[in-house]
Ligand binder design. Structure first.
Ligand code: ATP
Length: 317
């Protein structure tokens, strides 16, 4: 008969991985974003279809005696690295959930621009959850990480999962969209500056109070059917974003960006999430590169790049 383990065996601190853990995490766009009325808790009821696209931040986690964050790239010197940073908030949330000290040295390499409507902050939070889960050997499954993620921010659970997914509630309840494997090709026009998401929602409320009707958005079923058909022309007709009017109202020059993308031959263009990034659907990767080249020369955006989706969520490299 096997000897039962000494109870002390169970209480030994779990080992911490010694080597660095590097996690890559994508940005998101919303293929469909339907904003319902304002809820009692101050959030709007959303129905959205997220897609993770190949534009990445990278987070490295190393063992440490305290919790620290350093960074390079987009937003360096602008983004606070204290407890208000979503990376720190996510690491602390995981530590609290698993009952351990939140000790790690975290370093962020940021390519996703700030306040761009690409959920870069939420992406970094998802990366922190995945990285610290490995560093601390807490071994939670993706569903459990997604559960903790919801307490950090509405878009964070999606960025733990990635792919293409339906988001409901305030966006934090996510379920994968089942569609045959297919890459969609996007041109991403990044604006010179950011838009505050809460301000965009407030602007939408203001516009609605002033008479803007709830948009007659194509229901997500049509969008899901378009994803299954793998036909970019069909998907182009099904894209919808209720926040677009509010973003354009706060940043009128985005109208020119959207027009310019269509003039360059994109199948469809829309503001990504709360903006000011604009995304354009193209027929294939060649088409996307041609549209990006032409749009890049038109001086309507700070940076124009191409990205394909869907891609996986936060993953250890
Ligand atoms: P969303 O699409 O989810 O509305 P966004 O792309 O418009 O987000 P983010 O870049 O995710 O905007 O960040 C919004 C705000 O969150 C920033 O202005 C910043 O104050 C705060 N923030 C906290 N931590 C981070 C982080 N690691 N990266 C970016 N922003 C962060």
């Amino acid at each position: 008969m096997t000897e039962p383990l000494d109870p002390d065996e169970y209480e030994r601190p779990r080992p911490t991985r010694v080597g660095p853990v590097r996690v890559r995490v994508p940005a998101k766009i919303n293929l469909h974003l339907q904003v319902g009325p304002l809820r009692q808790d101050g959030y709007h009821e959303l129905t959205t279809v997220y897609q993770a696209i190949g534009l990445y931040d990278e987070l490295t986690a190393r063992p440490g005696d305290t919790l620290t964050l350093t960074m390079e790239g987009e937003g360096t010197g602008e983004l606070p690295l204290d407890g208000s940073n979503l990376v720190i908030r996510a690491a602390r949330a995981l530590a609290a959930y698993t009952g351990r000290q939140p000790h790690a040295r975290l370093h962020l390499r940021k390519h996703i621009p700030l306040a761009a409507g690409l959920a870069g902050g939420s992406a970094d939070a998802a990366a922190a959850l995945v990285a610290c889960d490995v560093l601390w050997d807490t071994n939670l499954g993706r569903d459990e990480l997604a559960h903790i993620a919801a307490s950090v921010g509405s878009d964070v659970p999606f960025l733990v999962l990635g792919g293409t997914a339906l988001g409901t509630g305030r966006g934090e309840r996510v379920s994968p969209v089942l569609a045959p494997p297919h890459s969609w090709h996007w041109v991403v026009a990044i604006a010179d500056g950011g838009l505050s998401t809460p301000e965009v929602y407030r602007e939408l409320d203001r516009l609605r109070e002033a008479g803007l009707p709830l948009t007659d958005a194509v229901p997500p079923e049509a969008l899901m059917a378009a994803l299954r058909q793998r036909d970019p022309e069909v998907l182009a007709a099904a894209l919808a974003n209720d926040l677009q009017d509010a973003s354009l109202s706060l940043w009128p020059a985005l109208v020119d960006t959207l027009e310019a993308g269509l003039d360059c031959g994109a199948l469809a263009g829309m503001v990504s999430g709360s903006g000011p990034t604009c995304v354009f659907l193209c027929a294939d990767s060649r088409h996307a590169m041609a549209v990006a080249d032409e749009l890049g020369a038109m001086n309507v955006a700070r940076t124009v790049l191409t990205a394909a989706g869907p891609v996986a969520g936060a993953r250890v490299c």
